[in-house]
Design a protein around this ligand. Structure first.
Ligand SMILES: [Fe+2]
Ligand SMILES: [Fe+2]
Length: 138
C-alpha cells in the first residue's frame, strides 16, 4: 500500500490553469514525503508541514480568485477550506506527538486535498464556465 502513488486523477482537472498547476504541485510534494518515508535523512514531519503550508497558500490564492470572479458560494468554499486545514493540522499535530508520519496519515491528508478538488473546486470551475458562456452569448 505504501507504494501507491498520490496524484490528481484526470477527472480532477478543473480547467483553470493556475489552480490545476497548484493541485498537481501540492499533491506531488505530498508524494515526495511518501517516497521518503523510510529515509532516515529526510525530515518527514517538517516536510509534511511544508506541504500544509503550500495548501494554506493555495487556499488563500483560490479564495482571492473566487472573490475576483464574485463567486456566490465563496463563503461556503472558505468554510470548506477552514475545515480541511483544521483536519490537516490535527493530523500533523498527532504526528508531532508520536514523532512519526505513517502512510495512513499521508493518505488522510491526500483524501482531504482530493475532497476539496471534487466537492468544492469543481463547483467553482462550473461557475466560471457558465459565466464565460453567458458572456459569449450576450
Ligand atoms: Fe484547490
Ligand atoms: Fe478549494
Amino acid at each position: 500500500m505504501k507504494n501507491l502513488q498520490f496524484f490528481v486523477p484526470r477527472a480532477g482537472k478543473i480547467n483553470i490553469t493556475d489552480i490545476d498547476d497548484d493541485h498537481i504541485h501540492i499533491v506531488a510534494a505530498l508524494d515526495e514525503v511518501r517516497q521518503n518515508m523510510d529515509n532516515p535523512e529526510y525530515r518527514t514531519i517538517a516536510k509534511a508541514r511544508e506541504v500544509a503550508t503550500l495548501l494554506l497558500k493555495h487556499f488563500k490564492d483560490e479564495e482571492r480568485l473566487m472573490s475576483d470572479y464574485k463567486y456566490p458560494r465563496l463563503h461556503q468554499h472558505m468554510v470548506h477550506h477552514d475545515q480541511a486545514l483544521g483536519n490537516v493540522f490535527r493530523i500533523l499535530g498527532a504526528c508531532e506527538m508520536r514523532e512519526e508520519v505513517n502512510i495512513e496519515d499521508l493518505r488522510d491528508i491526500f483524501r482531504i486535498m482530493i475532497d476539496d478538488i471534487f466537492s468544492a473546486d469543481m463547483a467553482f470551475s462550473n461557475y466560471v464556465l457558465e459565466s464565460k458562456r453567458h458572456c459569449s452569448t450576450n
